[in-house]
Design a protein around this ligand. Structure first.
Ligand SMILES: [Zn+2]
Ligand SMILES: [Zn+2]
Length: 158
């Protein structure tokens, strides 16, 4: 796994910002029990979220075959059933792939595909006129008289 933008890293201590939850998470790649998936656009997320994304068999195959390292670690015998979309082999290999490699092409990345929209994407959208941000701000002011009241109400809605 390559270390990319999005990682707060100085080789010894490791933490990274999970692009799915927007939270800083400690450790990566087994060292601290967290395995990190990345995409070729530099997104990074806790691998455990990867299971929540429905990806087709074809996408799984393409993700694995797109990873030169993974392919070179396999023997031809293992590679053939993946290429020919043997469901069981693709599923099993993909689970293994996620825990050991976790490198996704942007075409299948949940963030690049907008399957997972983080709060900065929502803010960016609002700021660029996707919706009326002043109106939204006013709505929040009208509903709540201060931040602690707002927080309290948000908690109750959860
Ligand atoms: Zn996470
Ligand atoms: Zn991505």
């Amino acid at each position: 796994m390559k270390v990319r933008a999005g990682f707060v890293s100085n080789s010894s201590s490791s933490s990274f910002v999970c692009d799915i939850f927007g939270r800083e998470e400690a450790g990566y790649d087994g060292e601290y029990g967290i395995s990190v998936a990345t995409c070729d656009e530099g997104h990074a997320w806790c691998n455990e979220h990867s299971e929540d994304f429905e990806i087709s068999l074809e996408q799984k195959r393409d993700i694995m075959l797109g990873d030169a390292q993974f392919v070179s670690d396999l023997i031809e015998e293992d590679l053939e059933p993946i290429k020919s979309l043997d469901k069981e082999v693709v599923e099993d290999s993909f689970d293994e792939y996620l825990s050991d490699y976790g490198e996704w092409p942007s075409s299948a990345c949940p963030i690049c595909n907008l399957r997972c929209i983080s709060s900065d994407i929502i803010l960016e959208y609002l700021e660029h006129g996707g919706s009326n941000i002043e109106q939204l701000e006013q709505e929040i002011r009208d509903k709540y008289s201060n931040l602690s009241e707002f927080r309290k109400a948000m908690k109750e809605k959860k």
